[in-house]
Structure formats: C-alpha cells, structure tokens
Design a protein around this ligand. Structure first.
Ligand code: GDP
Length: 368
C-alpha cells in the first residue's frame, strides 16, 4: 500500500455511501419534477387523466370564460339538397319543372308560387299564360322565361317625368311609415347629383315630427325646404313652396304629404286639395308617386287602390327592398292599376335610392 493512502482506503465505504445518497437524491428530484409536469399537462387538458385516479378538475368560472373555445361556425357538412337548390322563386320554379313535361298541374302550381310572392292573381295568370305559350313553342327554361316576362310587364314609363328648364313638381303620397320622408330625402340627393336644384315642401303638417325629419333630410341632401308649424294648412304650404321654388329657380319641387290611414276619407280629400293647389300654382304636376313598403305584402295593392281614387298616381317608389321582401306586389299594382315603378329604396342612407331597372328587379325576385 503506498504511503499516505491508508486514510483514503479507510474512507472508501463512506464515499460510496455518499455517492449513492447523491444519486438517489438526483433521481428523486427528476421523478418529482416529471410527475409535477405531467399533472400540470393533465390539468391543462393536454393529457387525459389517469383512469380511475381522479375526476378531471372543474375549472373555476374565470377559467371557463378564459379557456372556453371560441364559437366557430359549424364545420361544413355536405349541404342538404334544398340548400343546393335554394328556396327562392327561381329555384322553386326549376324544381317544379325539373325532368318532366309540364302538365296542367305544374302550371297551376306555378301560379300559386307567384301569388305567394305577392304578385297577385291577375298578374300571376297573365305571366303564367305567357310563359306557358313560349315554353310550348320550345323555350326550355320556365324560370328564365318568367324573369323575362316579369321584366316585360314592369318595363315602360319607368323614368320620372322631369321638364328640363322649368320647375317640375313631384307629389309624394303613401301611408305613414312606408318611407315617404326618407325617399324624398334620397330623391333630392339623387337629383342634386345630376346637377338639379331641388326644393322640398312639407305638406305633412299633421305630424310635428314629419317636418323635423324632412328638414334633416333637406340639410343632408342640400335641398331647400318650405315647412310650417303643426296644424298649418297643407295646401298653403304647397302654394308657398311653389312660389319659393320659382323665385329660387329650382328645377324640381318634391312635396311631402300626410300619410295617416289611406282608408280615412279626410286625408284623401286633403290630398286632392294639395294637388289642386299645386296645379293652380305650378301648372301640371309631373309625377305623383306612391311610396310602397316592400315588406307590407298584399296590403300594398289595397293602398294603391285607395290612393288612386284620390289622386292619379304616375309611379311607385318601392322601399325597403334591402330586406327579405322582394316586392312582388308591384306586379299586382302594374297589372291592376297600370302604375309603373320608378324608384327603388334599398336602405336608410342618402345614397340608397336607385332608378327602377325592370330586369334587375325580375332577377332579384327570382333569385335564391
Ligand atoms: P314616412 O312615415 O312614410 O315618411 O316614412 P319614413 O321616411 O319616416 O320611413 C319609415 C322608416 O322606414 C324609417 O325608419 C326609415 O329609415 C325606414 N326606411 C325608409 N326607406 C327605407 C329603405 O329603403 N330601406 C330600409 N331598410 N329602411 C327604410
């Protein structure tokens, strides 16, 4: 044994013991860390809980909010056949005639489809007879034929009757809520964009709010307005507005009128009077527009019939076509009363009014 190594040999068992303890501690520590991280992962849902050991932790309310998966649209699944075809009028017509020679039953069901779209029985019968005739002559697609025939029925005289270089008067009638003030405001802006000078007359002196609302629209569209306090004579307002428009050299004067229920006789008498005053002051009235809310369905034709009794309508402004309603009612109005559509409202903003386009309207009516 070399000298000086005796104490080392004597301490060898102690050293071995210490090394073993150290190794044990290190393993213990590693094991403990591994277990801890596993428990954490399990709690975080990254690893399923050990079966039979314990129930998954119930998250606290805050955790539920923080960790709730974002609401996602349902994963795309194969669309149902109906969704592929769509449920609009056009799709229904195609489904009705798909793969079979049309019999009397199909034509009668086509008429029902049109009536359900507010087209009205007279217009529905006419449209079906025209489509049937062309189909039997060899045109294969009844839906495409229907779009063409609808556009044919609605086409013609769709422009406003403006007189260049002179004051043109447009009188606007309709039930409350149909969209008269909004349409007048949008129309003033539309004509203003065409470089025309526009004035407004508030002859709806029955509702105080109507005057305020129209004044806001006048400001928005850059039009001049003649208004009066509530209860003033609507005819007198109309007269003053014509004088003012002439003095200012306006191109167009748009006259708002009261719209309480069309079935109330005094209102109709009042409308006749406003019309007479306008004619006396301005000569002819170029257009008398009935505002029809597309969402009122069949009620639109009743309104049109009543207003026609009081004043000769020259056109319809169809509003709220931006909603789900497609305005089939204007076919009934055209067929029964021969009143063309001239304007279409598609929203509440100043730019949401378009001149009527029969083909675009027909395509939209059949779309889906
Ligand atoms: P009035 O009583 O006939 O003068 O009707 P208003 O002009 O006051 O319109 C009644 C409501 O219909 C208002 O809330 C308008 O913003 C809304 N409105 C009018 N035209 C349209 C339109 O084309 N589309 C939509 N979505 N709303 C409209």
């Amino acid at each position: 044994m070399p000298p000086g190594t005796g104490h080392l040999l004597a301490s060898r068992p102690v050293t071995a013991f210490l090394v073993a303890v150290a190794i044990g501690l290190v393993f213990g520590l590693i094991l403990a860390l591994a277990m801890r991280s596993r428990v954490r992962r399990r709690e975080a849902g990254e690893e399923p809980p050990a079966r039979g050991l314990r129930a998954p932790p119930i998250p606290s309310r805050d955790e539920t909010i923080a960790t709730a998966p974002p609401v996602r649209p349902a994963a795309p699944t194969a669309p149902a056949p109906a969704a592929v075809k769509g449920d609009g009028l056009g799709s229904r017509i195609r489904a009705l005639f798909a793969g079979k020679k049309a019999s009397a039953e199909e034509w009668s069901r086509l008429e029902d489809l049109l009536i359900r779209a507010d087209v009205g029985p007279t217009a529905a019968t006419l449209l079906v007879s025209r489509v049937k005739e062309r189909y039997e002559e060899g045109s294969p697609d009844p839906a495409a034929l229907m779009a063409e025939e609808i556009a044919n029925v609605l086409g013609g005289d769709n422009d406003l009757h403006l007189k260049p270089g002179e004051l043109s008067v447009i009188m606007v009638v309709g039930v409350n809520g149909a969209g008269k003030s909004t349409t007048i405001g949008k129309l003033a802006a539309l004509l203003g964009r065409r470089g025309l000078k526009v004035g407004m007359a508030n002859s709806d002196t029955f509702r105080a709010a109507a005057g305020e609302q129209l004044s806001v629209w006048a400001e928005r569209s850059g039009a001049h307005i003649v208004t009066q306090t509530r209860g003033a004579d609507p005819g007198a307002v109309a007269f003053d507005a014509v004088q003012s428009a002439k003095a200012r050299g306006d191109d167009v004067l748009i006259v708002d009128t009261a719209g309480r229920l069309h079935t109330r006789q005094p209102l109709m008498a009042e409308l006749e009077k406003v019309k007479r005053v306008l004619e006396r002051a301005a000569g002819d009235i170029e257009d008398i527009l009935l505002v029809i809310d597309a969402t009122t369905g069949q009620n639109g034709i009743t309104q049109a019939r009543e207003f026609t009794k009081a004043v000769p309508l020259t056109g319809v402004a169809l509003t709220k076509l931006d909603g789900t309603a497609k305005g089939g009612i204007v076919l009934a109005v055209r067929e029964e009363l021969d009143v063309p559509v001239k304007l279409v409202g598609t929203g509440e903003q100043v730019g949401d009014l378009q001149p009527f386009d029969p083909q675009a309207f027909a395509n939209n009516l059949l779309a889906g």
